[in-house]
Design a protein around this ligand. Structure first.
Ligand code: C2O
Ligand code: CU
Ligand code: CU
Length: 498
């Protein structure tokens, strides 16, 4: 919450366009996009956190307006946004606070609001993914964040089935920060919302083709807070907390800080038991990671990189997690992954050392998986490629909002064996109730709200259905797959519950 620039992102873009220079730093011109020769977004502008909406006296209230005509990737009016910006304002609140937001739909397609990762019930005026707010419509949301809610990084995005990928790809995303938690000793706290998009020759966000929809669309440009390769200022040894949000539709990437370690402190809004020093942190769509970055002892530039992970593709190329730079797999299907890691942002370290203390050795109580399970289920992710499926679904069925797929007894613990017989990985997301990974390649036993199920593999999860009841969804967070039907309903309690 320190180090915020007084200039808004909008104004910075305007200034940059006018002068070509910002803050004394020459801004380089972006690469042409779409082969049109039209200049891409300016790279190297100063980093800026998204604007903020902060809860006052326990309530975060007001209007959140989804509109077109928002500047995106440096293209004037190309995208969609909330309150005129993409990403939209960061919603900051504390456990026990209430969100009282009126969503106004200024789009020409239906939308709604989903609070990804928040452990709040899917009430009719709450986090209800079945709600539909038509063009020109409004909807009031009243959501109480439980007092015992984890403090961490969450996000919001639309969830109207069939338009989710289009709207997110065009910029309708925003971060949520639930404040609190251990003092990490950091001097600065930044939100880094990572999106990708493609702006076409007509200056609008490109539509996805049929192959994009099968593979999961990837944009030509990878942005941080709507900016291309922004420059974050730092001082030697003065550590910063970065809240990374993978708000892309499809990309799975490993984030690293060129040659430097990252201190990983939280996944999906939940503190790890202890800080973990890593050379990279993997984020599937929907995942968040909070890291502490300690700038080096000497001034200079350090790049924050994202290396695409191969998600697999059609025709038996199965494997995942090769750490490859992408290009294969999805690349041949309409994905547009480049040939090397993408620079997300640059940390520019200047001035004298200003050391801050390291994060505490213990961050949270160790994760104890809930259990023993009251019930075990096998769920099979169904995709057009492999697994005998004909379309995207779960257990061979495409999404039907009227059908109850999983009926769960409130207060029980379930164990889910999630099978993926196909050739592409799928990041599985469950609303409201967090998942504990029991057994998966590379698993650290962490609590997550998006769990990657490798191609040709399986994961075993435990879910405690406590703290909320209601009817909501689980789905693949490759948003094109969700829109194509890889989503099921889950009803916890209510009529007919055993
Ligand atoms: Cu981030 Cu059901 O979604
Ligand atoms: Cu969600
Ligand atoms: Cu999928």
């Amino acid at each position: 919450m320190t180090g915020r620039t007084p200039l808004t992102r909008r104004r910075l873009l305007g200034v940059a366009a006018a002068a070509g220079v910002v803050g004394g730093v020459a801004a380089c011109t972006g690469l042409p996009v779409s082969g049109s020769g039209r200049p891409g977004p300016v790279a190297g502008l100063p980093f800026a956190d998204p604007p903020e909406r902060v809860a006052r006296a326990g309530v975060l209230s007001g209007v959140l307006r989804a509109t077109p005509g928002v500047d995106l990737a440096g293209a004037a009016g190309a995208g969609l946004g909330y309150d005129g910006v993409s990403p939209g304002p960061t919603l900051r609140l504390r456990p026990g606070d209430e969100l009282a937001l009126r969503l106004e739909n200024g789009l020409d397609t239906p939308t709604n609001l989903h609070l990804h990762g928040l452990r709040v019930p899917p009430d009719p005026d709450g986090d209800d993914p079945f709600r539909m707010v038509g063009p020109g419509g409004t909807a009031d949301y009243r959501i109480r964040v439980p007092r015992d809610h984890p403090a961490g990084t969450f996000w919001y995005h639309p969830h109207h089935h069939g338009t989710v990928a289009d709207q997110v790809f065009a910029g309708l995303v925003g971060a949520i920060v639930v404040e609190g938690g251990p003092d990490l000793g950091t001097a600065e706290d930044h939100v880094l919302v990572v999106t990708d998009t493609t702006v076409g020759d007509d200056g609008r966000v490109a539509a996805a083709g049929p192959m994009d929809r099968v593979a999961g669309r990837e944009g030509e440009l990878v942005l941080v807070n709507g900016l291309r390769r922004p420059v974050l200022a730092g001082s030697p040894q003065r550590s910063q907390r970065w809240r990374l949000v993978n708000a892309t539709c499809s990309r799975v990437f490993d984030v690293s800080l060129d040659g430097q370690d990252l201190v990983h402190v939280a996944t999906d809004g939940v503190f790890l038991p202890r800080p973990v020093v890593r050379d990279r942190v993997r984020l599937a769509p929907g995942n968040r990671a909070d890291v502490v970055v300690r700038p080096p002892d000497v001034p200079g530039d350090v790049d924050l990189l994202a290396a695409d992970v191969d998600r697999g593709g059609m025709g038996g190329m199965g494997g995942t997690g090769t750490g490859g730079m992408g290009g294969m797999g999805t690349g041949g299907m309409g994905g547009t992954t480049g040939t090397g890691p993408v620079v997300l942002a640059t940390l520019r370290v200047t001035g004298a050392a200003a050391p801050t203390p390291p994060p505490p050795a213990v961050l949270s109580a160790p994760v104890v998986p809930p259990g023993p399970p009251d019930r075990t289920r096998v769920l099979t992710l169904t995709a057009p490629m492999g697994g005998g499926g004909t379309g995207f679904g779960i257990d061979g069925r495409g999404f039907d909002p009227a059908r109850d797929d999983l009926v769960v007894v409130p207060g029980t613990v379930e164990e889910w064996v999630v099978e993926n017989p196909g050739t592409m990985l799928h990041p599985l997301h469950l609303h409201t109730w967090p998942m504990t990974v029991l057994d998966a390649a590379g698993s650290d036993g962490a609590v997550r709200d998006v769990v990657t199920v490798p191609a040709g593999g399986r994961v075993v999860l435990r879910v405690a259905f406590t703290g909320a009841t209601g009817r909501t969804v689980l789905h693949c967070h490759v948003l094109d797959h969700e829109d194509a039907g890889m989503m099921a309903t889950v009803r916890v309690g209510g009529a007919g519950t055993p």
